[in-house]
Design a protein around this ligand. Structure first.
Ligand code: CA
Length: 514
């Protein structure tokens, strides 16, 4: 029998009393593993099998941690589906250990570079894009119209400019702009406009009567050029018709295109990378294949001096005590506790809790609950010390491993990571998603080879090779690291960029709408 057809499971930790079936298509009842274990019922691919008899109330252990308790007696060889697993309480934030298990600094990794666009503020772009920002949704369609024409009529004359994008959003008016929560969407929009891939050539379009006035979005000092006529178009002040207003936007855009077109890629150390990590459409293999491989990549990046950002508060909440212990200082650990506590409160105020995650797709993929999802999710963060914590939409300037607090929603997380100045994005997926962003390249990593085969023209890296023993975590980690350098240099295209699959920016607005 072909070794890939033999019943196989992956047990992550020696204390685990469940393991994950990795055979494509799952396994029928009666399947016998090499260890002698026989399945009592059919188990779908990436779902869990009981390795021991469990009584009602017994702890179910995966990743060496309790992911829940048995709701009823479970027999060895049974399918341990989500209906059998109760959700344990979240680790209390007040008891989190602060910087008690700080990992040793790993050896430096020298000599890795990429070709990027260096900006005046020291940041580095992996793309050379003209971004047109907006203060309010009212002008979004106008800017989208102008961008269509700029791309068709002007962009072909500026071959060194990669793209023209509209930074549009539903914010700006009809919102409680002085509420504490408003700080999040406003700083997100400000930092998106200052993204390293936009080359510091800000162009802003405003309606005129909106709550989010241009000076509020970009206070003086944020970007001095905003006060110049050449960077701001206010529709209601123009005393012109629509056609002339569009002409004005296009004239301003052409000046920016001329400047951007003069830029050239130069050799930059890998330390100029700001890599955002995310997962979406996770399954039970996420924590076994793709996320550990990305964790190895994260360690390589940190060793090379880069910034690596992980996020998604609800997906790390159940591992908070492990991450605070890993913080480089007690202050950084406290910052993490503060962000977790803020989100607990935010969910509570909305009448929800962390059980709102995982999704139906996650559960279909074998994840019983958010604890199991969290343990798999934090594998992405590798093994280095936590060097910093940023609030939602704040720009990250710290090198090393940083937690940028965001919701787990793919689009909101991606938008907030862009605001944090992410210039490369790694996205792991088990169920599959065609996710992509216009502002920074997205490398998609599949957790299983079935997905990578079905979606060979959407998935950039197959980490499922780890489950079939065709590659090691380290090998896939290096593959992702090298691909990051190639894509960052503009030498290689991701599938999402190839097809132009660019999801909308989605703001996180914890403030009230009026
Ligand atoms: Ca996500």
């Amino acid at each position: 029998m072909n070794s890939f057809l033999q019943p196989r499971y992956i047990r992550v930790h020696k204390n685990d009393n469940v393991a994950v079936v990795v055979n494509q298509g799952g396994l029928p009842a009666g399947s016998r593993f090499a260890c002698g274990l026989v399945l009592t019922e059919m188990i779908p691919e990436t779902h869990k099998v009981a390795l021991a008899d469990l009584a009602e109330g017994d702890a179910i252990v995966r990743y060496g941690v309790v992911i829940g308790h048995a709701k009823r007696a479970i027999q060895r060889g049974n399918w341990v589906h989500e209906g059998l697993v109760s959700l344990p309480d979240a680790p209390p934030l007040a008891d989190c250990p602060l910087a008690t298990a700080v990992p040793k600094t790993l050896p430096k990794l020298d000599g890795f570079t990429f070709e990027g666009f260096r900006n005046i503020d020291g940041s580095v772009g992996t793309r050379n894009i003209l971004g047109i920002s907006t203060t309010v949704q009212c002008v979004a369609a106008t800017v989208a119209y102008a961008v269509r024409r700029i791309k068709a009529e002007m962009l072909p004359h500026y071959p060194n400019v990669d793209d023209v994008i509209a930074i549009t959003h539903p914010y700006g008016c009809g919102v409680a702009i002085d509420a504490p929560g408003a700080a999040v969407p406003i700083r997100t929009l400000r930092n998106l406009s200052l993204h390293p891939n936009l080359g510091g050539e800000l162009l802003l379009v405003s309606l005129g009567c909106e709550k989010l006035q241009p000076e509020r979005l970009m206070p003086s000092g944020t970007l001095p050029v905003l006060n110049e006529e050449s960077s701001l178009a206010v529709m209601q002040d123009a005393q012109q018709g629509f056609g002339e207003i569009v002409d004005t936007i296009m004239t301003l855009a052409e000046r920016k295109l001329k400047k951007l077109n003069e830029r050239r890629r130069i050799s930059c150390p890998a330390s100029d990378l700001v890599v955002g990590l995310q997962c979406g459409g996770s399954d039970a293999l996420s924590g076994v294949t793709a996320n550990p491989a990305v964790g190895f990549t994260a360690d390589l990046l940190v060793r090379a001096g880069a910034t690596v950002m992980f996020s998604e508060v609800t997906e790390v909440r159940d591992a908070a005590h492990l991450l605070t212990a890993r913080a480089a200082t007690p202050e950084i650990a406290q910052d993490l506790v503060r962000e977790m506590a803020w989100f607990d409160e935010y969910l509570h105020a909305g009448g929800a809790d962390r059980a709102a995650n995982p999704t139906p797709g996650n559960k279909k993929g074998g994840l019983a609950n958010v604890v199991e999802k969290a343990m798999g999710s934090i594998a992405k963060a590798g093994s280095t010390a936590l060097m910093g914590v940023a609030g939602p939409g704040q720009r990250v300037t710290q090198k090393g491993l940083v937690f940028a607090a965001t919701p787990a929603s793919d689009f909101i997380c991606g938008t907030l990571q862009l605001a944090a100045s992410m210039n490369m994005h790694i996205f792991t997926t088990g169920r599959g998603t065609p996710y992509g962003l216009a502002m920074a390249p997205v490398i998609k990593v599949s957790t299983n080879s079935g997905l990578a085969t079905r979606w060979s023209d959407l998935i950039d890296v197959d980490a499922g090779k780890i489950a079939t023993s065709e590659a090691t975590i380290e090998e896939v980690g290096w593959e992702i690291f090298r691909l990051i350098l190639e894509v960052a240099s503009g030498c290689k295209e991701t599938w999402a960029d190839h097809w132009g699959l660019h999801n909308d920016l989605v703001l996180f607005n914890p403030g009230p709408v009026t």
